[in-house]
Structure formats: structure tokens, C-alpha cells
Design a protein around this ligand. Sequence first.
Ligand code: GLN
Length: 463
Amino acid sequence: HMCCERMKETNSLNYMIHEIPSDILSHQAKISEQSYLQGRPKALDGIPIAFKDNFCMKDTPTTCGSRMLLNYKPPYSATMVEKVARAGGIIVGKTNMDEFAMGSGSLDSWFGPVANPWNLVARPGREAEQASGWVIAGGSSGGSAAAVAAGASLAAFGSDTGGSTRNPASYCGLVGVKATYGLLSRHGLVPLVNSMDVPGIVTLTVEDAAILLDTVAGHDARDSTSVCETYAPFEMDRALDLSRVHIGIPREFHTSGLSAEVRDLWSATADALDRAGAKVSQVSLPHVQHCLVCYHVLCCCEVASNFSRYTGIEFGLRRGSEESTEELYAETRHHGFNDVVRGRILAGNFFLLRKNFDRFFLKAQRIRRLIGEDFRSIFSAGVHFLLTPTTLTEAPTFAWFSQKDNRTRCAEQDIFTTAANLAGVPAVSVPLGVSRRGLPLSLQVMGPHFSDARLLSLAHWLE
Ligand code: GLN
């Protein structure tokens, strides 16, 4: 009830694009209350949770922030949605996002931009300045992070293909988890880049993230990339013994553009770990400097193939004359997609042309392999975790961010986050400080494949 109230008060920030009707919410609440009272408590009984609008929910709008899917109601629910509902969670709504999760600021949505709830704290009563002085929520899961920061839900699911969960979590002062690829089912998560997409978790605390991850992790026969072994239940170590932990500080993450505030937080945190008994040393991941280019080429190639499903025939928008199939496709795709989506489809088809295939797609695949090898060799040399920034700065203002095109925005915003997606390793963004302007600052920790529980233990120690 309180979350619904908060949503009413604050959704002018535009984080929720579809609210679940209150009679359905009350019905869900009654069911979880009954099972609780009957002595059969479930992990998420009564907990309000929001889902990014690229998770399919049966008979409920699932738009991916795009005009293409405005009228789309899937006939089935994503595994993440099903698992949350089965554990007693109450799904309060679908959150705003960059169209088809292509972006890093939640400005490129058919439903308009998402504003960061911290605007209300850092600059209260100055709504008139929204256009210039207000800061963005980050993206592409900006709606999910803003919903949690505004108190409209206690946790939210986003998706993380290149940083889309960690980036908004960082800007909104929340914990953002990108699990090991294959640990969480992608079934029913509308794909952006199948080989990198991971359902993301946004929570107020690391402990909440561990509970949620434990609840939804595990094999799913409906996702062929879901890993077969059983990894749940999660055992987060609440009293991590740092004397046995070796933390690496990757040299290549000291990039230009890193703000003094984030740099200071990074070194202060490394010092704190050192003082607490951890071994902290500088390490090198020589190929991560190629992450952004590699991510961009592979993303566009997978998008070109993935997005061929939006033809106006089976579902979604239909535009143009039905006399000519080609015209129907062209008109539908022209009106249904924004410039960013069309641009990536075009670029992907260019990279995949027979004459370009080796130079772009194959080369990017090879670089991706080298990036993965970098992580593997660091971790097999005895380094347990890596500590890096999540973003270059605190949340930027709308005014500054809107001057740039989507490509430049992503290049700046995803600089520290895409490596984990290319390598498939887990990464957690943890809020650890406040900037001079009163906005959250965060750092990122990464670990080897399937070290998710240990990584959360480290994040818990840090928070
Ligand atoms: N900013 C990146 C992109 O636009 C990452 C998006 C994501 O993680 N969904 O592709």
C-alpha cells in the first residue's frame, strides 16, 4: 500500500509505464498473506517488486519502451516473473527503459525520459529546473532503479547487456547485480544481445540482492544457455575473512574522464580493504581497452539478426499496405523503431555483409575471446576479485547528456561495465559515497564465473 502511495506521489519522474491495477495487487497480497499465516512462508511474501518492461508478463503490456510493441501482451510470463510470483512477491508494475534496452540514460524511450529520484533530495522544490539542472536516472534500466529509489517497490528487475542495470543502480544509489551469464534464465526476457543479456537485480541493500538472487537462480530448460548445475541456495558470507582475499585493481580502468571524486572513492576503498587485511595489488587486463568497440560490433550484429522478428506480421505494430509484404515490413519498421534501433540494425547488417564478416564480426569475436582470457588468467593467478568504478562520474544532468548522440552516450557510460558482459563474469555495483552535489557515487566489484555468492559477500563488507 505504501509503495502504491509513493508511486502516486513520485511517478511524475516517469519511471513506471504500466501500473498493475490495485484489485490484482490486493488479490496477490491476500494470497501471500494466507500462505504466510498458514505457516508456509515464502522468500518474497508480500514484497513489492517491479519489472523492466522487457520482461514478458502474461496478458500484460510488454512494450520494451518502443512504439513497435505498444499493443503487445505476451501469452506467457518470463521465468523471472514466474519465480518471483511463486515466491510470494507482488509485481507492482513495468518500468520505463531505453527503447529495446539500447541506451545508457533512459532518455531514448517512446514514453519519454526517466528522472532520477535523487533530484528531489539534492535539489528539492526546483522542478522548474528539470530541463537543465536535473540529473538522469541512468539506463537502460533507469525506470527500475528509479522505482526502487523512489520507494515504489522494494526491489526491481532490469536487464544487463552492457551495464544497463549497474549504471542506473550507481546513479540512483542502489545495489545493482549482473549475475554470471547462465545463472539466471533469460526465458521471456526480450533479447537485445542474446550472448550477453542477463536479468539484472536492483535493491536497496546487498542482503536484499542475495535473497532475490537465491530465489530466482537456477536451471531453466526453456533457456538453452541456462547452466545445468544447481547453484542455489546462495550462501552469502556475512563475516568475510579478508585476510585470505586478494583484490586486483585493473590498471586499464584508470581512464581519462574519471572524476576526481570517483577516483578518490576508488583509492580510499582500496586502502580500506588493505587496512582490513586483504591483499590489494595492481593487475592488468590488456584487452579491455577494446571492450567498447568489440561490444558495439557484436551488439549490432546480434541486433540485426534478432530484430528481424519485428515485421508487423505476427505481433506488434502493423503499418503500410498489406498488398506488398516488402512495403508492410518497411513501413512497420520505419514507424515502429526509433533512430537508435534502426541505426544498429543497419550497422549490424553492414558488419555481417560477406565482404565485411571477417573484418568486423569474426575479429570482434576473437577480441571477445581475448578479453575473456584476460579475466581467466588474472583469476587463475590468485586474484579473487577486481575493484573498479561503475561509472566515470555522478549522475550527469539532462542538459549535458542530451547534447550527445546515443553512440557517444554509451561509449562514455559503458566504459567500465561491458567487460563483465563480454566475459560473462559476475559484477556488482555498490553505492559507497556521496558527491559534493549530494548525489550517489558507486564502485563495481567483479569476480570469476559463478563466484556470485562470494562477490556479494565482498559487496556486503564494502557497503
Ligand atoms: N548501453 C548499452 C547499449 O546501449 C548497454 C545496454 C544494456 O545493457 N541493455 O547497448
